[in-house]
Design a protein around this ligand. Structure first.
Ligand code: GUN
Length: 299
């Protein structure tokens, strides 16, 4: 990094902390007004270490925001029928407002069938086919947490996004596709690139907003970035550099000094994901109790 690095570092960690503070205040008023406590159920199947760490963080932050957290840890051999039975129970449990099944699932389980067995109005991941359809058609959806967090940071930095050129690198169901839908919803002109795109660097250079979510360390080089662009780096990749283990994004951060702003890794998009999970849980609670509460931060 040199002295010419002028890009603002977007403080996702601070943004997330501020969002969680506001959500916790909302939870306190909901409790006072209704006597009810919003609740999130998280289902973890198997022993995947990274998934265990994520679920632990979700549990702690849900409780810290004043909500109920119900963690269901099931063995790796859990059958599809057993998992469906648990989801049916959670779907009909009134104290559970949000349900999340941690991915990836063990290979013998059908992830699409599992996701689509969650009540769409409790689907705080926004992965259910009905929420994907609602988002695509501009109806009230529960929106996947990571792209929702990216959009919040973009609007905070840029205000009105109307007419801006946005390029989304990566077409996953979890980030790329819903990100593109959200940006279209803000009247951006959206291009989605992926591993088979022929002129990806050239397309990226047209972007006023560049969102990168591919899981490839430092794929996006400095000369892919238009001067003055706002860059959102969703990647979190562990690499070895100079004999040390380091986290890097999908963007070569040190080459991005001519951007107007960029999210660092770590401390950018990552902290926003759990904050938006809590926001979605509150949105789901409010839609399930429309007579009691009508404010909303995320929905
Ligand atoms: N595994 C990695 N990211 C996610 C996520 O956002 N939601 C779920 N359910 N599983 C994940």
């Amino acid at each position: 990094m040199n002295n010419l690095f002028q890009a603002e570092r977007i403080d996702g960690k601070g943004f997330a902390a501020n969002l969680v503070e506001r959500l916790a205040a909302d939870v306190r008023s909901i409790k006072t007004d209704t006597g009810l406590t919003p609740g999130l159920a998280v289902v973890l199947i198997g022993e995947d270490v990274a998934s265990g760490v994520y679920v632990g963080a979700k549990h702690r932050q849900t409780q810290a925001a004043g909500m109920n957290s119900f963690v269901h840890k099931l063995p790796a051999e859990t059958t599809q029928v057993e998992l469906m039975a648990l989801l049916a129970k959670l779907n009909s449990d009134a104290v559970v407002n949000g349900i999340l099944v941690q991915l990836p699932l063990p290979a013998h389980l059908d992830a699409n069938a599992v996701i689509n067995a969650i009540d769409p109005d409790k689907d705080v991941d926004g992965f259910h086919i009905l929420n994907a359809g609602r988002l695509a058609t501009g109806q009230d959806a529960l929106v996947p947490c990571t792209p929702l967090g990216c959009l919040m940071m973009l609007k905070n930095r840029l205000g009105d996004l109307t007419g801006l050129n946005a390029v989304v690198v990566g077409k996953s169901n979890i980030v790329g596709k819903p990100m593109a839908q959200l940006l279209m919803g803000e009247s951006c002109t959206v291009t989605v690139t992926h591993s088979k795109t022929r002129n990806v660097a050239e397309l990226c250079r047209t972007a006023d907003i560049l969102v990168v979510a591919v899981g490839r360390p430092e794929l996006v080089k400095g000369d892919w970035i238009k001067p003055g662009a706002v860059v959102i780096d969703v990647g979190i990749n562990r690499i070895m550099r100079d004999g040390q283990s380091r986290l890097v994004g999908d963007v070569a951060f040190s080459e991005a000094g001519h951007a107007a702003a960029i999210t660092p890794v770590p401390g950018g998009v990552g902290p926003m994901t759990i904050a938006c999970l809590l926001a979605n849980t509150l949105t789901a609670f409010r839609r399930q109790h429309p007579l009691h509460t009508n404010q909303t931060i995320a929905g």
